[in-house]
Design a protein around this ligand. Sequence first.
Ligand code: ISL
Ligand code: CA
Length: 578
Amino acid sequence: MARHPSLAPEDPWWKAAVVYQVYPRSFSDSNGDGIGDLRGVIERLDHLAELGVDVVWLSPIYASPQDDNGYDISDYCAVDPIFGTLDDLDDLVSAVHARGMKLIMDLVVNHTSSEHAWFADSRSGRDSPKRDWYIWRDPKDGREPNNWGSFFSGSAWELDEASGQYYLHLFARSQPDLNWENPEVRAAVYTMMNWWLDRGIDGFRMDVISFLSKPQDLPDGPVVDSGWGDGLVHYGSGPRIHEFLQEMHAEVFAPRDAELLTVGETLDATPERARLYTDSARRELDMVFHFDHVSLDAGVGGKFSPQPIDLVELKRVFATWQEGLADVGWNSLYWNNHDQPRVVSRFGDDGFLWYPSATALATVLHLMRGTPYIYQGEEIGMTNMPFQGVDQLRDIESLNHIASAGAPGSRRAAAALRAVGVAGRDNARTPMQWDRRRHGGFTTGEPWIDANPNHAWLNAESQRGDARSVFAWYQALIRLRHDDPTVVGGRFTMILPDHPQVFAYTRTGSADELLVIANCSAKPAAVDPAVDAAWQGSAVVLCNYERHGARLAQLRQWEVQVRRTTGSPHRRGPSQQV
Ligand code: ISL
Ligand code: CA
């Protein structure tokens, strides 16, 4: 891959890269069975090349019973027939590389599917040679070994009647946790990772990677609303996690000179922990996904008791992370993925302010310091789905939540359905909207999940070639990251931190300074006169309204501007120096 001009000589390539996540099940169906597949991805690669992204992150395509849409793997070295074959995957790698892009795969090694041969062996009996490949414990006082709850409702322990022991599953009961204390498990994972890298992939997104190390006494966690204990306080970045990741780096990545990318999903990460994971001197990961910004709208009962967010709080989270990794480590930057509701519906306005809010949210994210991740459909402003009933839902997390909330038809179950409609993962998993045809051109068959009816107007084809489309806006943001050293390396300074409507910051380079200023509200916003004065005469680099004045005294509804001034950088207007 050619190095982008925005990189400093010492910068690794991924500091100027933009990653695009493909959720293959919902991306493009090439054979009419209603499920997206690898040949469908190959057929749509020109869309990604035109967008300008550098890396494709492919969500799991491995053999799987699909209980958790592929995050329950039964064979790490096989492609599930619903997605195609290993040859199709090799063709995809070649096609991605031919367009100058890289491909990273999803590494799901905290757990396997209960249908994996390893687990079948392990559960065959207490004396199985693979018994210790998973986490088995005797009952405690006649019940589960501790009070940990599963992410997918209920206990994190499942009783195996045959042996009278419980096994741990932080997610579905069909997703038993691997025992990373066992060096045989770690060696088997590294062998598999090397097998994939030898096939030419360019790295991994590592699923719940900070959960691998559990304290061996498995202590109870604090009891939460569900009535179960929150084990995250113990297994989040557990006692041996850094030892395991440094061993993985030594066994898999260090021997290779290819330009690889590793990103870890770390639900428990704080900036302090993220520095440990991403400090290049520690040889662990290149970057991590934290969850502080996408947890702000979770109420007391968690994600399914959603509440409005406070912009000042959201800005504080971003400023904390920008400052926390300013000198050591590196941020990922994301709004969306296959687990999160669509940002334009969640934090923006998917009504008549759809275009300005989608473009304003994209801008404030993409021009911070870090590597941006675009989730399929985000580049055209896809919105949440207006689910009408449980029968339209597919996600195990949502279905379990509704089932555990109350009896079908009860008020509690109805309330749970409404919450799932706002915060559920299926909002991200409706078919990619390619054109105005049935099902958005995703399939010629019946899709595994309903397409959003707004595909009639909201689709990639209708935006192609339109300079004032969300797609064109993302192209412009990606070009800025590729071309502008201040976007990659400039110092981040939050300004107007307490403004209730305006999200604004500067990026200070060696010879210029950028201002990113967005009115993240449906009402006009007055801007501090000191900021207006300080940026007089600056050049407007981007604005999501067709006409803009020279002044910055007021911003229209969801108006975002990017301005540049040259000359020696100096503080401009009231700021929170982070
Ligand atoms: O989004 C979430 C946080 O509220 C959870 O739904 C999610 O399960 C968590 O972020 C972990 O996600 C990863 O591991 C899961 C899988 O279901 C998710 O799709 C994956 O991204 C188990 O493998
Ligand atoms: Ca298909």
